[in-house]
Design a binder for this molecule. Structure first.
Ligand SMILES: NC(=O)c1ccc[n+]([C@@H]2O[C@H](COP(=O)([O-])OP(=O)(O)OC[C@H]3O[C@@H](n4cnc5c(N)ncnc54)[C@H](O)[C@@H]3O)[C@@H](O)[C@H]2O)c1
Length: 355
């Protein structure tokens, strides 16, 4: 694969920082552009001083001037408490911001990949969800700033491709988890792990029978890279098709952490999807991609990450006391990891549904 200048918007977030690391490992020159709304430069710590890496503080809702051959547009808060905290800002990012990034792609003649989402399917009436399904989305509710914003993002990608000839890729990402998530992220995996590590009640919304499929972040990043280097200019589902109920996830987290937590039920938030599982036959056929990390293995790695982070704020549940945080693997040329609390660990505990 030839070496490229790659811009990752939202590069300081959970998926973005894992993607930046992978792209540097692959030998590319990488720029992370981020407004740090939900991400943090701390997510880049283990490769911050890499000679091929640049971090820019910037907002995609402002005009952009970067040079790039490839653009991954990941900028957008992904967890419900974060995108619902300022729905207007979420729509600015998802619509005006996406137009700015597409205009940048036009000026650079760059290929551009949009991080879209399974939320474009809403509360699906078709299961599992293939790319051909148009979705069941509420345009007028607390999730609509994100769901409809992302749907408009796809429409903008379509329009720039058909009218301006922009070389587009669209990944419909399903629930992804792994090291680099914020402890206060409000998504189901991080919520359950943090609650279990603290021996606090594990909060399930509804009866826990709603299903989700969970993709480990390394698998997802591999899919994003393969999609970027493919020739598929229509939406592609990326996610793990193995389906679990939320209750099963809670039980597994309790088992893997050895926690004393009990499960508590709370009222279901509005528009919480009841079923969610990707049909990934397109990605399997066209990208030769299939997620390889089983849930128990991915959870074990993620629990270790959160356990290290939380050990800064409370006595460890297991093992020895440590003052360091394993933010991620180190790359050659990178400076040693600085001992800093990862973003979100200090105020862990926000929750809102089972995103
Ligand atoms: N994590 C998932 O399960 C998942 C699922 C579906 C889709 N996605 C999509 O993947 C992308 C990354 O998600 P994530 O989980 O890493 O979320 P995240 O919140 O950790 O990362 C998003 C990053 O974008 C930055 N950002 C937000 N608005 C911005 C703006 N206007 N300008 C510049 N930077 C901005 C944030 O500061 C953050 O660093 C998002 O676009 C999200 O919609 C994620």
């Amino acid at each position: 694969m030839s070496k490229s200048r790659i811009l990752v918007t939202g590069g300081a977030g959970f998926i973005g920082s894992n993607l930046c690391r992978r792209l540097l490992e692959d030998g590319h020159t990488v720029t992370s552009l981020d407004n740090f709304q939900t991400g943090s430069a701390q997510n880049h710590l283990d490769y911050l001083k890499h000679p091929n890496f640049t971090v820019i503080e910037g907002d995609i809702f402002e005009p952009l001037e970067e040079e790039a051959d490839l653009i991954f547009n990941l900028a957008c808060p992904a967890s419900p408490p974060h995108y619902q905290a300022s729905p207007i800002k979420t729509l600015q990012t998802s619509v005006g911001g996406v137009m700015n990034v597409l205009d940048l792609a036009v000026r650079n003649r760059a290929r551009i990949l949009q991080a879209s989402t399974s939320e474009v399917y809403g509360d699906p009436l078709v299961h599992p969800q293939p790319e051909s399904y148009f979705g069941n989305v509420n345009p007028f509710g607390e999730r609509s700033c994100y769901d409809e914003g992302k749907r408009c993002g796809e429409a903008l990608f379509y329009a720039y491709n058909s009218e301006m000839g922009v070389d587009i890729r669209i990944a419909r990402i399903f629930n992804t988890y792994g090291p680099g998530m914020r402890a206060d992220d409000g998504r189901v995996v991080s919520n359950f792990i943090v609650q279990a590590l603290k021996n606090e009640p594990i909060t399930i919304y509804g009866d826990g029978s709603q299903t989700r499929s969970f993709c480990y972040v390394d698998d997802l990043v591999d899919g994003l890279v393969k999609l970027m280097h493919s020739s598929i200019d229509r939406p592609v589902n990326l996610g793990n098709p193995v389906e679990f109920t939320v209750r099963q996830l809670a039980d597994l987290v309790i088992e893997l952490t050895g926690s004393r937590s009990k499960i508590e039920s709370r009222p279901l938030p509005s528009d919480d999807p009841k079923l969610r599982r990707p049909d990934i036959s397109l990605a399997e056929r066209e990208l030769n991609w299939h997620p390889g990390v089983a849930l128990a293995e991915g959870l074990t790695r993620t629990i270790a990450y959160f356990d290290e982070g939380l050990s800064r704020t409370r006595p460890r549940l297991r093992g020895r006391q440590s003052n360091s945080i394993a933010v991620g693997r180190s790359l050659p040329h990178a400076e040693p990891i600085v001992l800093t609390l990862p973003n979100g660990f200090a105020k862990a505990g926000l929750s809102n549904g089972h995103a």
